[in-house]
Design a protein around this ligand. Structure first.
Ligand code: ASP
Ligand code: MG
Length: 416
């Protein structure tokens, strides 16, 4: 499910949005080793020298968050969520402290801040906390002192004064929330790919970088398999109208802009991309009501995606990672249920399909021609998703990408 609950990001009282504030977020691969950290420092110093008030949000180095999670489970079978957050929030602090040192060596001023010191206040849900306030006074003070401010991503302090984390990929959300609270014109997301592509280039070599996508499209893309941004960060960007620029750390090329829909986005390509998930468990449940079932799943933190009800049966899908929690819930509910673990999902997404009929027909015909029969089909105004067998996912992505001519050079939308 694409959760779209509103997330409040009130700016600090009395702080007028100031022109020239730039929020730059760097992902784990961009800060993976000391040399890369020095490169990031150089980039930040350059942005400062160009006249910007620079706030950088850094992820943990490389896969260090995974390592910390693994470490916790080596010590304890069921680590308490509060302590897990204390542990896994450390990675981002390491990156920020090191980057501040590298900036000092370049002769510029910098200060590293934890999420808590930066004024990121969250609710009390450990492991997937939501930002409820950004008290940016300290950031403003540091910027006024001409410093580059480095904020540890992915974390905050709860209204109960405990350290919380924002869910995997949460540094994106830290960056967007700060951009909203500081009135930054753009939030730049630096990553190891050149932008958002029409499909995963590892599966479809002809996939093209998109010049711009709307918030709605990006929400669907991120929710249905594009891993480049945390879904929550796109919701915050849309709710606060923060322009995002997803681009490569390793080149100076323009990346992909994520912004409000405009007509030029609609007139060119009907479809902006084909996304996929290799594994998504599909459940069939009988003998309960949706309210009872989904309340129990939500309680257990199962991230339900597709829901189809054809009474008496309820069909839903959830990430393969949530299989154990879902099994516990279903066993505890006294219902008849079954699950399929051999399915994945392919989705065709594009704002243009709102005004053009026939996209669904073409998608189904294309899959049928390739001998692929969807198990479950779900749609939104700008998305068609099909659950298909995992071993058919690669083919499905390739044939749909070709059928909608996403590899054609003039499919590229140009609207700076
Ligand atoms: N380091 C955290 C993660 O790996 C947060 C992030 O990188 O956005 O999920
Ligand atoms: Mg990420």
């Amino acid at each position: 499910m694409t959760a779209t609950e509103f997330e409040a990001i009130p700016a600090v009282a009395g702080a007028e949005p100031r022109l020239g504030t730039l929020v730059m977020k760097f992902g784990g691969t961009s800060v993976a080793d000391p040399e890369k950290i020095r490169d990031v420092a150089r980039r930040l110093v350059e942005a400062r020298a160009a006249g910007n008030r620079v706030v950088a949000v850094l992820s943990a180095m490389g896969h260090s968050t995974d390592d910390l999670v693994r470490l916790a489970h080596e010590v304890s079978a069921r680590p308490k969520p509060r302590e897990l957050d204390m542990l896994i929030s450390v990675g981002e602090r390491i990156s920020c402290a090191l980057a501040a040192m590298a900036i000092h060596d370049l002769g510029a001023e910098a200060i590293s801040l934890t999420g808590s010191q930066a004024g990121i206040v969250t609710d009390t849900v450990h492991g997937r906390a939501k930002i409820v306030d950004v008290r940016a006074r300290r950031i403003h003070e540091a910027l006024d002192q001409d410093r580059i401010v480095l904020v540890a991503g992915f974390q905050g302090v709860s209204t109960d004064q405990d350290i919380t984390t924002l869910g995997r990929g949460g540094s994106d959300t830290t960056a967007v929330a700060l951009a909203a609270a500081l009135g930054a014109e753009v939030c730049e997301i630096y990553t190891d790919v050149e932008g958002v592509f029409t499909a995963d280039p590892r599966l479809v070599p002809e996939a093209r970088k998109l010049h711009a996508v709307s918030y709605e499209e990006m929400l669907e893309l991120a929710a249905s398999g594009a891993k480049v941004l945390q879904v929550r960060s796109v919701e915050v960007a849309r709710n606060h109208n923060v322009k995002l620029h997803v681009r490569s750390t390793f080149s100076a090329e323009e990346g992909t802009w994520i912004r409000e829909e405009d007509d030029r986005m609609l007139e060119k390509a009907l479809i902006s991309g084909v996304t996929h998930t290799r594994e998504e468990t599909l459940y069939r449940v009988e003998g309960t009501t949706p309210s009872r079932l989904f309340a129990a799943l939500a309680e257990a933190g199962v991230n339900v995606d597709t829901i189809v009800q054809t009474s008496p049966e309820i069909v839903f899908s959830a990430p393969a990672d949530d299989r154990d929690s879902a099994t516990d819930v279903l066993d505890g509910l006294d219902v008849r249920w079954s699950a399929r673990d051999d399915l994945g999902k392919v989705s065709v997404i594009g704002a243009g399909m709102k005004s053009h009929p026939g996209v669904a027909a073409k998608a189904f015909a294309t899959l049928a021609e390739a001998g692929i029969e969807p198990e479950v089909v779900t749609t939104s105004p700008i998305k068609i998703s099909c659950h298909i067998r995992t071993d058919e996912v690669e083919t499905a992505v390739a044939v749909l990408h070709r059928a909608f001519e996403l590899d054609a050079p003039d499919a590229e939308r140009q609207h700076a």
